[in-house]
Ligand binder design. Sequence first.
Ligand SMILES: Nc1ncnc2c1ncn2[C@@H]1O[C@H](COP(=O)(O)OP(=O)(O)OP(=O)(O)O)[C@@H](O)[C@H]1O
Ligand SMILES: [Mg+2]
Length: 315
Amino acid sequence: MTDPVLRVSGLAKTFRIGFLRKKVEAVRGIDFEVRDGETFGLLGPNGAGKTTTIKMVLRLIFPMAGTIELFGDRHGRAETMKQVGYLPENPYVYQYLKPLEFLDLCGRLAGMDAASRKKRGREMVERVGLGHAVDRPIGKFSKGMMQRIGLAQALLHDPALLILDEPMSGLDPIGRKEVRDLILEHRERGKTILFTSHILSDVELLCDRVGILQRGKMTHYGPLGELLRPETRRVEIVLTQVSDALRDELEDLVADVRAVEGEVVVHVEGADGGQPVIERAVQAGAQIVSVTPARETLEDLFVRDALANARPDSA
Ligand SMILES: Nc1ncnc2c1ncn2[C@@H]1O[C@H](COP(=O)(O)OP(=O)(O)OP(=O)(O)O)[C@@H](O)[C@H]1O
Ligand SMILES: [Mg+2]
C-alpha cells in the first residue's frame, strides 16, 4: 500500500481567550490518515475543531502537540504546500478584482506560468458557473458566488490534495449539486480530497471514509459503512382506513403514531417490532400502504454520538 497523503498524529491545539486567558481546548490529541485518491470527510458539530485541524494541516496555525506529515514531509516545505488546494471556510478575497484577475493572482502565488494561468483561469471560471460574472468585481458577489470563486481558486493549479472547509455552505440545492459534481470529477481524476461539512447527505454521497470530531476528540473514524449500525433499527408502517379504536390500540402498542393527510404513520423501534402492528391492523380492517425498514443514517449516528458526548467542558 502507498503512503498516505496526510498523516496526523497526536495533534492538539489550545487557544487562550479573553482577559482571563481562559483555555479553549479546540483539538485534543487526534490521529487520522487521508489515503492517496480517497475522499475523506471531517465531520462534527459547530465548534468541534474541524477548521482548527485544517488550519494546522495547512500550517496557518501551529499545533501545541503532535505531528503532521503531508506527502511524507513533516516540515511543510513550499514544494509540498504547492500540491495542496484550499478553500477556506470564509473565503476572503480582494474586493476590487474581477474573477480572472483574482485567479491570475492566485496562479502567480502558486507558481504557475502566464499561459497556464490564463488558460486555467478561464476554464475554472466557466467550470464553477461564473462565466456570466467575469466583469463584476468580487466584492459585489453573493455568498454562493463567493464560494464558487473560492473553489475555482482552490482547483486552479490542479492540486493533488484538495482541502475544502464547508464547501457546500451558502449554496442553494443546485449549487450544492454542482459543487458535489466538481468534487466527484476531481476525485475521478485520482486526486485526494479532505473536506468538512455539516450537510450529511452530501457526505454520504461523497466520502470513502470519515472522521467525526466531538469537542476536539475523534469519536469515530473509518469507512461510513462500518460506522453506521448495519442492523435494521426502525420500521415505518403507513396505514389507511384506520378506525379510532384501532388507532387507540396502536398508540398503546407503540409510542409513535401520527395522522398525516388521511393516513396513519407508525414508527416502530427494532427490526421485528413491525410484525404485531401489521397483524393487528389487518385484523381490524385497515389497509397497509407501505412498510419501510430504515437503517441508521449518518444523521442518526451524529445524534447518538452527540448525546453520548454531551458532558460539561471539563470532561
Ligand atoms: N483563534 C481562536 N481563538 C480562540 N478560540 C478559537 C479560535 N479558533 C477557534 N477557537 C475555538 O476552538 C473551538 C473549535 O473551533 P473550530 O472553528 O475549529 O470549530 P469547527 O468544528 O470548525 O466549527 P464550525 O462547524 O462552526 O465551523 C471552538 O470552541 C472555537 O471557539
Ligand atoms: Mg469550521
